[in-house]
Design a protein around this ligand. Structure first.
Ligand code: ATP
Length: 258
């Protein structure tokens, strides 16, 4: 059994078929880069994986069970445009993720739990290079720093599946390179399963252990929306890195929680 099983899913909005007959098996720890023409349904596919939408047909299984309809802690997401809270400091932006799941029972965390959450958030922010900006507000940060903050927010929750929708699309080339290194490092440490949509082919090839190409197999020039896209190529990449990730040597294992 694969960690994620996608069985013959379709996504239709009225008469507009966006995805059709999509099948995929993904093992835990794989890093899937996803490319394809604009509008072919990559973000739609991510929304299905996140549980924000249910497919029109077909099933998605996570660990053998149907995906929960609501997004939960097992899945984290980073969009191209930083989705951080403007009225919270950098530190609070990251700590709040740890507090919210407990909020219904306890209100905000306090005492030792609060300190522990804060320590973990500081540690995570140091990892993404924001250790000197803890008390700043998002408006005081550059675009690249805000995106690092969004990544820290997603990683602190230690999701089993990380969904990235062009996470570096708005960044300068130099910062992009740093972020690639950071993402690979954190992926190696946490052994998450990653799905990343990108328009940058070289980014897709460099980071992924698998490249999924979305495309339409059938096209009706008179009815462009009559047929949907599916995965037309599934190319294994960076196999040595994947092997090291899924069978780590003791020296290569770091605990994310220090
Ligand atoms: N809720 C919706 N209702 C109707 N149409 C939708 C809905 N969501 C997406 N679509 C349509 O589905 C198609 C695929 O959109 P999607 O954003 O998934 O493509 P994409 O491959 O991610 O594109 P891009 O690379 O440009 O971001 C588009 O034509 C879009 O208009």
């Amino acid at each position: 059994m694969s960690f994620i099983e996608i069985n013959n899913i379709w996504q239709e909005y009225g008469a507009h078929v966006v995805l059709e007959r999509l099948n995929l098996r993904v093992n835990a720890g794989e890093f899937c880069s996803m490319v394809g023409a604009s509008g072919c349904g990559k973000s739609t596919f991510l929304r299905l994986l996140l549980g924000q939408e249910a497919p029109s047909r077909g099933t998605i299984l996570l660990d053998g069970k149907p995906l929960q309809a609501e997004p939960d802690r097992s899945r984290g997401v980073v969009f191209q445009r930083y989705s951080v809270f403007p009225h919270l400091s950098v530190l609070d932006n990251v700590t709040i993720g740890l507090e919210l799941p407990n909020a219904r029972l306890l209100g905000r965390l306090f005492g030792a739990s609060k300190r522990e959450a804060r320590d973990r958030a500081v540690w995570m922010l140091q990892k993404v290079g924001l250790g000197q900006a803890l008390e700043k507000y998002p408006a005081q940060l550059s675009g690249g720093m805000q995106q690092r903050l969004a990544i820290a927010q997603a990683f602190i929750m230690q999701p089993r599946v990380l969904l990235l929708d062009e996470p570096f699309g708005a960044l300068d080339p130099g910062i992009r390179k740093d972020m690639h290194a950071l993402l690979l490092q954190l992926w190696g440490e946490t052994r998450m399963t990653v799905f990343m949509v990108t328009h940058d082919l070289s980014e897709g090839f460099n980071l992924g252990t698998r490249l999924l190409v979305f495309d339409k197999v059938r096209i009706d020039p008179h009815e462009p929306n009559a047929y949907g896209a599916r995965i037309t190529y599934d190319i294994p990449l960076n196999e040595a890195r994947l092997a090291e990730m899924t069978n780590p040597q003791p020296d290569n294992v770091y605990a994310l929680r220090s």
